[in-house]
Write a protein that binds this ligand. Structure first.
Ligand code: 7RM
Length: 634
């Protein structure tokens, strides 16, 4: 197992070692894993191309390390503890031995379909054990998984399938979400209808049994295909730098990009960060409430915990079904020791009152985690008092899809915590704040742009099919540094507080959304001439989506608003639907024709009094109309 730091002195010592000699530091951690062939070089890198390689020429398999390696010592230990949507339904405990068998059966089935090393497989599924089994089955045989969050639309799904040129989609018939069953296979059918010419087969997991339409040429049932498969499948020997997965994430321009993670570095870092940030002990029950459709689910439901031999809870349902006390009831039911969720969930549940968590026995909780967006002070204190009872340190973990794992976080019980501060970088992570010119702000008590100046094992390698984009987005802003897109401040003791995005990305309920992406969707409405999206402060979601829209030939009313929402739902999915739509006649623009989002952000946030100088605008006269329209919008 990777090192688990247990004291403050050790943290300082390990951090210092990791900076002085990163290669020896990570060599030691990497050597705790099983390699079919040892690596002969720890790191080769430059941030210009960029080209980053970890554990060169090492051959391994991440599922061997996450499953086979544990069988002797903890074969009967629960690997996945699955809690169903309906609390009356049966809980599933999959031991490490059973999970390995299921993964192998699925891997053998995939092989039968002709899925080989390097082929891409897209998942569009609910939070059921089969999703984890399928993902690991891909990793077993070297296929590249790409999980698409099952809330995305058919259009968004087909965009991702086509970008990845996937051979197969694995989906369910229907998803259970609270009291509703949601058609999922139907969305896959629609995506194929839009056009996914690379797809040869659709493997369908029978989840609810509701009726679906069937294409007898492509569609296959999961249970029929796995039935009778051998329960062992040799783990493919993967090069450390072979692709493990692609995960699509939004950026400030264009369509979502496929962030690429590779086997060796991702394996080493997700395990290392999991063991340290959550201080996992052998008999603990760990629960992360994220969906596997996002990076948090990949790294801290599946890989980090399983690589560390942990019991990881997977929850099928939603926080408010059948009651908004559900999270706390599950914590009591499974005696959860580490609980990891998003600020938006905390704020939403907080609104239902303090009596709900008080009705459950939460005494098992030792560590609380937060991820996905800045956690505000009020939510931090509520979480601390009502869930942790003042005894469970809160780890405010900062990281990104591109970073693969948690880079900045307190270590519970080891480093201190401070509300709203992600605090200090983990060993191996060289965070810096820079000014707009890229000068490093070395002193404390400063605000700047958050960059990382040395590679870490689980960092993004490329954006799938478009390496230039990776270079331009992350490595071109500041020479020799990875730019996160986030602004941050350091307090007088060097603790880091991540404030939020400084680019055209917004964070809605912990979900990343590109403003351009939502604008492109809105512009699909035939009467829309132009649109601009900005984020604005929202009590529960963190940021809400505010749309300024210019239309032609239609009424500026709720009917048009509804149509626009439908278009966004169709193009991206319900999570991208604007909270507010304001019709305008003009959008403030610079002389070069760029929309001045700074001004729109202020107006949407009710800060129109402090717009600053607008005289250099191409069309300053439109600003008054936009402000007036905002004031009358309910
Ligand atoms: C893990 C995840 C990444 C963006 C990132 C930040 C924001 C995430 C925190 C945070 C403040 C945090 N990946 N973010 N964690 N901001 N404090 N603890 O969320 O790729 O979907 O989003 O999320 O802006 O750049 S992500």
């Amino acid at each position: 197992m990777t090192t688990q730091i247990t004291s403050l002195e050790e943290y300082h010592r390990e951090y210092a070692k990791s900076i002085e000699d990163p290669e020896s530091f990570w060599k030691k951690e990497a050597e705790t894993f099983h390699w079919f062939q040892p690596f002969d070089e720890v790191l080769k890198w430059n941030f210009e191309e960029p080209n980053v390689k970890w554990f060169l020429n090492g051959k391994t398999n991440i599922t061997y390390n996450a499953l086979d390696r544990h069988i002797a010592e903890r074969g009967d230990k629960t690997a996945i503890l699955w809690e169903p949507n309906d609390p009356e339904d049966t809980v599933i405990n999959l031991s490490y031995k059973e999970l390995l068998e299921e993964v192998c059966k699925c891997a053998n089935a995939l092989k039968k379909f002709g899925i080989k090393k390097g082929d891409r497989v897209v998942f569009y599924m609910p939070m059921v054990p089969e999703l984890t089994i399928g993902v690991l089955a891909c990793a077993r045989i070297g296929a590249v998984h790409s999980v698409v969050f099952a809330g995305f639309s058919a259009q968004a799904l087909s965009d991702r399938v086509n970008d990845a040129q996937a051979k197969m989609i694995i989906c369910s018939d229907f998803n259970r979400r609270g009291s509703k069953n949601i058609p999922v296979k139907k969305v896959v059918d629609d995506a194929l209808e839009i056009g996914c010419s690379s797809i040869e087969n659709v493997l369908v997991h029978k989840n609810t049994g509701d009726s679906i339409s069937w294409n007898s040429l492509k569609d296959k049932w999961w249970h029929e295909e796995l039935d009778g498969q051998e329960s062992y499948c040799t783990a493919e020997e993967m090069d450390s730098e072979d692709l493990l997965f692609i995960l699509y994430t939004s950026g400030s321009t264009g369509k979502p990009k496929g962030v690429v993670h590779t086997v060796g570095g991702y394996m080493v870092y997700t395990s290392y960060s999991f063991r340290n940030v959550f201080q996992y002990q052998e008999n603990d029950v760990y629960w992360c409430t994220a969906d596997i459709g996002w990076i948090t689910g990949h790294s801290y439901i599946i890989y980090g915990p399983l690589l560390s031999g942990a019991t990881t809870v997977m929850f099928e349902g939603v926080p408010t079904y059948p009651t908004p006390a559900r999270f706390w009831q599950i914590c009591e039911k499974h005696k959860v020791n580490q609980f990891y969720t998003a600020p938006t969930a905390i704020r939403a549940l907080m609104a239902y009152g303090d009596h709900l968590p008080a009705e459950s026995d939460l005494s098992s909780i030792k560590v609380l985690g937060s991820v996905g967006e800045p956690i505000n002070e009020e939510a931090w204190h509520w979480y601390d008092k009502h869930i942790g009872k003042g005894k469970a340190p809160i780890v405010d973990t900062w990281w990104q899809t591109e970073t693969g794992g948690i880079l900045i976080s307190p270590l519970p019980g080891i480093t201190d915590t401070k509300p709203t501060y992600a605090s200090y970088p983990l060993p191996g992570i060289q965070t810096v704040l820079v000014d707009v010119e890229g000068n490093e702000l070395k002193e404390n008590n400063v605000e700047g742009l958050l960059c990382i100046k040395h590679p870490w094992p689980s960092m993004i390698r490329t954006t799938y099919g478009d390496h230039e984009r990776c270079k331009n987005v992350y490595f071109s802003a500041f020479k020799g540094m990875y730019f996160t897109g986030d602004g941050a401040r350091k307090d007088d003791e060097g603790r880091i507080r991540v404030i939020g995005r400084v680019d055209d990305v917004i964070n809605v309920s912990g979900h990343r959304m590109g403003t351009a992406e939502v604008e492109n969707a809105i512009n699909e409405h035939p009467a829309v001439v132009e649109s601009a999206i900005v984020g604005y402060p929202h009590d529960i979601k963190g940021q809400g989506i505010y749309a300024f829209v210019i239309t032609q030939g239609v009424a500026k009313d709720d009917t048009t608003r509804k149509e626009i929402l439908e278009v966004v739902k169709r193009e991206i999915g319900p999570i991208a639907k604007p909270d507010k739509i304001q019709f305008v006649n003009g959008l403030p623009k610079t002389r070069s024709g760029k929309i001045m989002r700074r001004i729109l952000r202020k107006i949407a946030s009710n800060e129109a009094d402090s717009l600053g100088d607008i005289s250099t605008l191409l069309n300053p006269e439109c600003v008054k109309e936009v402000i007036d329209g905002n004031r009358t919008l309910i």
